[in-house]
Design a protein around this ligand. Structure first.
Ligand code: AMP
Length: 360
């Protein structure tokens, strides 16, 4: 693109401590959240005549961790298309060449709140089960492409006031899990799965986390211990022994709406599902497919949502990639310019063309 022309398409606006330099079609920027990678704003998109969310990734290639995360997020968001996964509407960089390249802006569908805010509210079983159903549909879709999110937590799940839900963020996603213990990467502590905690190499924090799990659920059985490698097993065996609590104690009726017989039935179904999900041994834990069939959830079952064809991710080595900062810069820049080419060629505005066309 002609450099002067590109200059004219952008304007800058201060948002908190940061400056957003965005296409003029995006107006009324307001900060709505921030995460590990940067600030997120809401904006009005004059071209699509709708509100959107814009996330700024500042110098995403600045180090290996940032770069890998940004590249994964960009690639996965481009190809994953499911109603319970946040959709990408546009990608742009205000810089005009690889040499000047600094920032990437991701434009997404705008949602109303994240789950941290929603879990403060008193929700009925209809809403609770519908939110859970949608999370499971989104997770199943990711799993169908071999993608494991690894960072699912309330701030990564966003909802609209009509109770629709989408999963955000693919940064820590990793294609295919192997073995019992997953690589320990950064997963927010409180939501770590037991196998992730045990994979951490147990520093003080993780001991605390593991203790919390066994205090509630009880010391795991001998056959679980036998599946652990020697050093992890020694650690687990040397923890204090706990009997754990029943799920009636952990999740009593008062925690659920239980004012009618219908609600009492739903509360016991919810408790049953929790007792199958909160299982230390991952091989005995309910699977996503089984959870979708559970009576608390299956009232919402719609094959079009649950059994959507798996996304085709062209980069099969997304996770194994190791590059220098300069190579990452080049790779990320290529992803951004490829998107700009797609949209310039007049496919649906702001939407990627069908895969078949891209792969020609
Ligand atoms: P992230 O950097 O992607 O982790 O996002 C940080 C926070 O910004 C999230 O916890 C949400 O509160 C908010 N956020 C991110 N993306 C969106 C979106 N598409 N719609 C509404 N809020 C969002």
């Amino acid at each position: 693109m002609n450099k002067n022309k590109k200059d004219k398409e952008f304007y800058s606006v201060d948002v908190g401590d940061s400056t957003f330099t965005v296409l003029k079609r995006y107006q009324n920027l307001r900060p709505i959240g921030s995460g590990a990678q940067g600030i997120v704003c809401s904006a009005y998109d004059q071209t699509l005549d709708r509100n959107v969310a814009i996330k700024k990734l500042s110098r995403p290639f600045q180090n290996q961790t940032h770069a890998k995360r940004a590249y994964r997020e960009l690639v996965l968001m481009k190809y994953v298309n499911h109603k319970n996964i946040i959709g990408l509407l546009n990608v742009f960089s205000p810089q005009k060449s690889l040499e000047e390249f600094q920032d990437v802006y991701l434009v997404m569908e705008l949602m109303d709140a994240n789950l941290c805010q929603v879990i403060q509210m008193e929700l009925d079983h209809e809403r609770l089960s519908y939110l859970l159903y949608q999370m499971l549909c989104g997770i199943k879709h990711l799993h169908s492409a071999g993608i494991i999110h690894r960072d699912l937590k309330p701030s990564n799940i966003v909802v609209k006031s009509d109770c629709t839900l989408k999963i955000l963020d693919f940064g820590l996603a990793r294609t295919a899990a192997t073995g019992l213990l997953m690589t320990p990467y950064v997963v927010t502590r409180y939501y770590r799965a037991p196998e992730v905690i045990l994979g951490m190499g147990y520093q003080a924090n993780d001991i605390d986390q593991w203790n919390k799990v066994i205090e509630q659920l009880g010391t795991p059985s001998q056959d679980f211990l036998m599946k652990l490698n020697q050093s992890v097993r020694t650690y687990v065996e040397n923890r204090p022994r706990y009997a754990g609590y029943t799920f009636e104690k952990l999740f009593p009726d008062v925690l659920f709406p239980a004012d009618s017989d219908h609600n009492k039935l739903k509360a016991s179904q919810a408790r049953d599902l929790l007792s199958k999900m909160l299982v230390i041994d991952a091989s005995k834990r309910i699977s996503v497919d089984e959870a979708l069939q559970h009576p608390y959830i299956n009232v919402w079952y719609d094959p079009a949502e649950v059994e959507a064809p798996p996304p085709k991710i062209p980069d099969k080595h997304l996770d194994e990639r190791e590059h220098t900062v300069e190579e990452w810069k080049d790779l990320i820049y290529k992803e951004v310019t490829e998107w700009e080419e797609w949209t310039k060629n007049g496919v649906i505005k702001g939407q990627p063309p069908p895969l078949a066309q891209v792969q020609q």
